[in-house]
Design a protein around this ligand. Structure first.
Ligand code: ADP
Length: 269
């Protein structure tokens, strides 16, 4: 911070020194690391009891311990929904703690864009059917391969589709696309659901941010998009959103083209 000597005339302001503020951030770093470790341990420890609740639910559902009446079936449904929500949130917290401690490991390989879309479609088509939402793939022909961590990239697509399902009413439509760009392939998930107010577009990729708060966000944790951003950025891609309130949203991300993609599926004698 420069220190100026103000002797009345503004043109004559002279710098007579500099103030430097030193702050010891070790304490904050340690606290952050402790928090990240704590989150990792807790979310990991919760995985086993959640799995065992799910197993008990399955035994009940299969009527292995006796017949169920309608009310009991409804209760089991509701426990299953909450348990799945817990499972999702703990998995997201675990991912986030890995990211924050710098342990995000990529297993990048050449992958065809249509394979990524197909896997994500297969994973989500039952959910879209259940809600009466139409889902379709529009993949440009002849796209080059991308260099991608298949698991993480499909996770991102599935997360975007799962959001699209949550924020689109029955009868709506979701379109998955892959399109060519000079150095990358652009993937997108478009819905014609509730859309996002303009003032929140810059915030939704932040941790824990939810536009409508817990009650109206249908069981989300506000973590999905922040993890998606980390996964895409780590692979050298970019992620973004375009949305109009009441009309729908398009979430998109890019993945770099694989440089040696010509060698894919080719045979040299
Ligand atoms: P959540 O688990 O709450 O869905 P995300 O990080 O995935 O967390 O999303 C953050 C917020 O962005 C959501 O709570 C929601 O308000 C908004 N959002 C995400 N996707 C959509 C979408 N397709 N349509 C409308 N709003 C969305």
């Amino acid at each position: 911070l420069p220190v100026l000597l103000d002797d009345g005339a503004q043109e004559d302001d002279k710098q007579i020194g500099t103030i430097i503020t030193l702050k010891n951030v070790t304490h904050f770093q340690e606290m952050n690391e402790a928090k990240t470790n704590f989150v990792a341990v807790v979310s990991h420890e919760l995985k086993t009891p959640i799995a065992s609740i799910n197993m008990s639910l399955r035994l009940l559902e299969d009527e292995r311990v006796g017949p169920l009446n309608e009310e009991q079936v409804d209760l089991i449904d509701s426990i299953r929904n909450d348990t799945n929500r817990m499972k999702r949130t703990t998995a997201e917290l675990l991912d986030l703690s890995k990211i924050e401690s710098g342990n995000i490991q990529l297993n990048s390989q050449p992958a065809h864009p249509s394979d990524l879309l197909d896997y994500a479609y297969e994973t989500m088509v039952m959910q879209t059917d259940q809600k009466g939402i139409d889902i379709e793939i529009k993949c440009e022909e002849g796209l080059s391969a991308v260099k991608a961590d298949m698991q993480k990239s499909v996770w991102v697509l599935v997360n975007l589709i799962s959001n699209a399902v949550r924020y689109t009413p029955p009868g709506g439509q979701i379109v998955l696309k892959a399109a060519d760009e000079p150095r990358a392939i652009r993937f997108s998930v478009t819905d014609n659901g509730k859309g996002i107010p303009e003032e929140y577009l810059g915030k939704i990729f932040q941790k824990y941010f939810q536009v409508y708060g817990d009650k109206n966000d249908n069981g989300g944790s506000g973590l999905g998009l922040s993890i998606a951003k980390e996964f895409i950025n780590a692979q050298g891609g970019e992620i973004g959103v375009e949305s109009e309130l009441g009309k729908g949203s398009t979430f998109y991300f890019t993945l770099p083209k694989n440089r040696n993609s010509k060698k894919l599926n080719s045979y040299e004698a």
